[in-house]
Design a binder for this molecule. Structure first.
Ligand SMILES: [Zn+2]
Length: 204
């Protein structure tokens, strides 16, 4: 079955976090799964990212015609990104060996770009041509190290996805209010009603 790459799956706020979030319920051996398990999904994800991440990419199209070939680099960037920044959110600092692994993975991604990337106004380069997906992923991941970005990273209180909190008072709890926020509210509501009912019936 193919994945529907809908807007919610791009709730990370940045291409590199959306990619990290292609592992669902990471660390949960019973319910967790990988949306890139079928590597052809990398190409479909890259196509959807061209739309949902158009602003970040400066309108540059992503090229992922050979998903099987690029999968090792993509997955390496994805996993080192998640490990490094999840830890940074939880502990407030980077583990140096994890940072080193991350930079190495990103270096391999950048090496796949042909021609020029970079520049202050267009970090992903000229939108007239397509950019290798793994190179774009690396540029996006590296941007997470800059400025005040690290202190805006969060872990969703419902689904554990990583996301960027751009709210003015930095108080977001959910990757996506419409999905995770409401799900949490609904389960709290259910729990309260259940407790009230149990109290009414003298049950424990
Ligand atoms: Zn969430």
């Amino acid at each position: 079955m193919t994945v529907s790459w809908i807007q919610h799956r791009f709730a990370g706020g940045v291409l590199a976090l959306d990619t990290a979030n292609t592992v669902v319920l990471r660390g949960d051996p019973d319910r967790g799964f990988d949306r890139f398990e079928n590597t052809s999904e990398i190409a479909r994800f890259a196509e959807a990212a061209g739309t949902f991440r158009a602003a970040e990419l400066g309108g540059r199209r992503l090229e992922a015609a050979e998903p099987e070939r690029i999968a090792p680099v993509v997955l390496d960037i994805r996993e080192t990104t998640d490990r490094l920044f999840r830890e940074a959110v939880l502990q407030g600092s980077f583990e140096s060996s994890h940072l080193s692994d991350f930079l190495e993975a990103c270096s391999r991604g950048v090496a796949a770009a042909r021609g020029k990337i970079g520049g202050q106004t267009r970090p992903f380069g000229d939108p007239a041509t397509a950019l290798a997906f793994e190179a774009a992923l690396a540029v996006s991941a590296l941007s997470l190290l800059s400025g005040d970005v690290p202190r805006r990273l969060r872990i969703c209180a419902n689904c554990r996805w990583l996301f960027m909190d751009r709210s003015r008072n930095s108080s977001r709890l959910w990757c996506d209010m419409a999905v995770c926020g409401n799900r949490r509210k609904a389960s709290r509501h259910y729990q309260r009603r259940k407790e009230t009912r149990e109290a009414d019936h003298g049950e424990r």
